[in-house]
Design a binder for this molecule. Structure first.
Ligand code: PLP
Length: 400
């Protein structure tokens, strides 16, 4: 049994989450529940593999990628997602956001556009904008429970038809979705693939959260849902979210379509961007070949964390309604019932509660009234955070 209750001190480790609070939030003492890495110690079998690599390698010179790198990834995907990925479809990429930036540069002319479906992981549109490509917005449609609480979101195909013009060349999909934790169903993905094929779009399917399915949900790889999906897709995934090794920088692409693959992988190769550091394959192989027990125990603990948040909010902060994620450790908090402007909502979390969460606004304007909470931490940390939030919210009504 692994211990997920252990509170580790990450301050002073160059952790972006813990050591950049002053730069990002103007206060180094906030309790951070923002950026998507977890506060559980990276599993020892991964750290040991990296340490062993250093100890056993007298010269840290140029390396070749270990032969079992691709076969380990392929076995993982086959075992977990029943997808038989061919060796040549697979390539290392040095990070998914970087991979998306490369896709934009390889495939899109200067005047071609990128479709995103907000609220969505902000680097999807920031990367497009940073590369001077116009972003086309197709907001997700909220779906409500009978009691009026937000249940999930669905894709708006009618609007997609309206906003997509002949200059649109790429649609970036988060599958599962971040920040709302949605596992897209097969029917939606089939429909999206058909839309993409008939509108000459490439679909980047970012599946980095796919090994974090919870509450009985199951991931559907976009590229597997139809022939059209296989033809239009560039899939990205990684062990970095699941096994808490974001700092290692290790991810992969899967491209089935020969033409897309030749162009994309040719460009990666020409720029040596398909060549990992010596540590990325070692960490990936250790994670995928030894990590299943850790992953399962971590997900069980995470489900309890999410139930804890739900119960706590229900009992003590009913005006904040967590939307239950179907995958991953990011919880979309619907704070609209507080009736605050978004700026005041942000201030409530930072200035009154002393917490650093991701503001919903960064995921697009549809995120106003929401905050994203990272539940990948010991329960004791969550408890402290939620108690601070409860007090802050109570102080609002005290004043009224
Ligand atoms: C949907 C999604 N894609 C990509 C990333 C980051 O991936 P990478 O560090 O490989 O760029 C994240 C991290 O939060 C994410 O949530």
């Amino acid at each position: 049994m692994y211990n997920f209750d252990n509170e580790i001190n990450r301050r002073g480790t160059n952790s972006l989450k813990w050591d950049a609070l002053n730069e990002r939030y103007g206060n180094p003492d906030l309790l951070p529940l923002w950026i998507a890495d977890m506060d559980w110690e990276t599993p020892s079998f991964i750290k040991e593999a990296i340490t062993r690599q250093i100890a056993d390698t007298p010269v840290l010179g140029y390396t070749i990628t270990p032969p079992e790198y691709k076969s380990t990834i392929r076995k993982w995907i086959l075992d977990h997602h029943q997808w038989d990925v061919k060796d040549e479809w697979l390539s290392f990429v040095p990070g998914i956001v970087k991979g998306i930036g490369m896709v934009i540069n390889v495939f899109l002319k200067e005047d071609e556009k990128v479709i995103v479906q907000p609220p969505v992981y902000h680097p999807f549109f920031l990367t497009a904008q940073g590369n001077r490509r116009e972003v086309v917005w197709n907001p997700l449609k909220p779906v409500y429970n009978n009691d009026g609480s937000l249940k999930t979101y669905e894709m708006d195909f009618d609007n997609l038809e309206k906003v997509c013009d002949e200059k649109c060349r790429l649609l970036i999909l988060a599958n599962p979705h971040n920040p709302c934790g949605i596992m897209w169903d097969r029917e939606t993905l089939v429909r999206l693939a058909h839309f993409a094929k008939t509108h000459n779009l490439i679909v980047v399917s970012d599946e980095i959260h796919c090994d974090l399915a919870i509450f009985g949900h199951k991931h559907t790889p976009f590229a597997t849902v139809s022939k059209e999906a296989a033809e239009v897709s560039i899939t990205f995934s990684a062990p970095t979210k699941t096994f808490n090794i974001a700092g290692v920088i290790s991810s992969w692409a899967i491209v089935i379509n020969d033409d897309l693959r030749r162009r994309y992988y040719g460009w990666l190769e020409a720029n040596e961007l398909n060549e990992p550091t010596m540590f990325a394959p070692v960490a990936t192989i250790a994670a995928l070949s030894q990590g299943e027990t850790w992953r399962r125990e971590m997900l069980a603990y995470l489900e309890d964390n999410i139930r804890f948040i739900e119960d706590f909010c229900h009992e003590n902060i009913p005006s904040i309604k967590p939307v239950r994620p179907q995958a991953s450790y990011l919880v979309w908090l619907d704070c609209r019932a507080l009736s605050l402007s978004h700026r005041d909502l942000e201030k409530l979390f930072t200035d009154k509660a002393g917490l650093a969460l991701n503001s919903g606004r960064i995921f697009g304007k549809q995120g106003e009234g929401f905050m994203r909470l990272n539940a990948g931490c010991p329960r004791a940390t969550l408890k402290v955070a939620l108690e601070k939030l409860e007090k802050a919210v109570a102080s609002l009504t005290d004043k009224k």
